[in-house]
Design a protein around this ligand. Sequence first.
Ligand code: APR
Length: 383
Amino acid sequence: ESTTVAIIGAGPAGLTLANLLRRNGVDCVVLEVRSRAYVENRQRAGILDNHAARIFTEFGLADQVLAGAPVETKLEIRYDGEPRFLDVPALAGDRPSHLVPQQLLVRRLIAALPEGVLRFESLDIALHDLDTPVITYRDTDGVSHELRCAYVAGCDGFHGISRTSIPEGVLTEYTFDHGIGWYTMLADAPAPRYPLMGISPHGFAAQFARGPQSSRFYLQYRPGEEDPRSWPDEYAWQQLRLRLGDNSLPTATFTAREIVEMRSYVAEPMTYAKLHLVGDAAHIITPMGAKGMNLALSDAATLARAITTAVQNKDDSGLRAYSDVCLQRTWNYQEFSRWYTEMVHDITADPFRRKLAKARLDRLFTSPPAAEAFADLMAGTLT
Ligand code: APR
């Protein structure tokens, strides 16, 4: 069997790429190791920035992907209990982000693809000869398959096999441990009026809506020194009340708990022979600023345009530029995410950094150009 583009992985990156390519008339096959149910139920990101929404509009997919999705409103940041509000979409020049839970996005992207494009539960996927690519895999009946293609898109996330198929010595890897942990909890507690972040001497906390009567809570912890999994629920609620400055929070049952340790990673270049890495396969970013999924979608759009021009016009300039274009955007967002992370967590750092973090926050509320620059990054850069 052969196809033009073999896409490894059916996360937000792979599914978006498949949809964009098909809209441009380029055929592709998506190989995913997990089941459709697993992929459709994975809860992760939830914010589609304004730039990502424009990508779906550009490719004529906005109705299918964005229908009914609410847009973001203001953001509330409470410093030591003192509320401050930022109208991020207005500051960005009326460019709101959309609130789209990843499960919904993934389901819609799957539904928009025709039968046969998606191959769930493809096992033992291996990439051979990346100059004239051949991909081998097994289906659930144990039958072996061979897929030939002109291009491979490695969309299989941070732990996938695409990046590790690149010969040793080719990639330069950059890793950074931010030394910050988040304990996140889901609870049936009324949603806050606006997405809420609290900065207090006890650390960072947040509360985001997950439905009218449901909230996801976040508490900063010190990895290596503290283990929030051993915290009694009552202690977590007490910390949330303290850090969010909200004594009215009920002591509800946590229906899910998770631990997130903030790390960043970038692999350069994002291209090797006919393999192009897309999304988390090439880079991971801290959640502050919500750029992880949006970066993946931007990579997918850059690659879809480049492959389309290569296939239809025999012009591979876009493919040659792919890695540089995506890496420039990636580093821009890595810097933004780090900047934002420090601003809301460094109250727990040494006194000098604590003061810097406060100055950074104050600037957003005293300097309109600074607030606009922040909002511009939240909306997403246009490249
Ligand atoms: N073979 C095939 N598929 C694989 C393999 C493999 N060896 N390894 C992983 N996969 C699949 C995973 O099961 C998953 O469905 O690849 C997909 C990768 O998806 P993600 O990890 O979500 O990565 P990506 O699509 O780049 O998503 C980017 O979306 O959820 C947000 O914040 C998240 O930053 C992330 C962003």
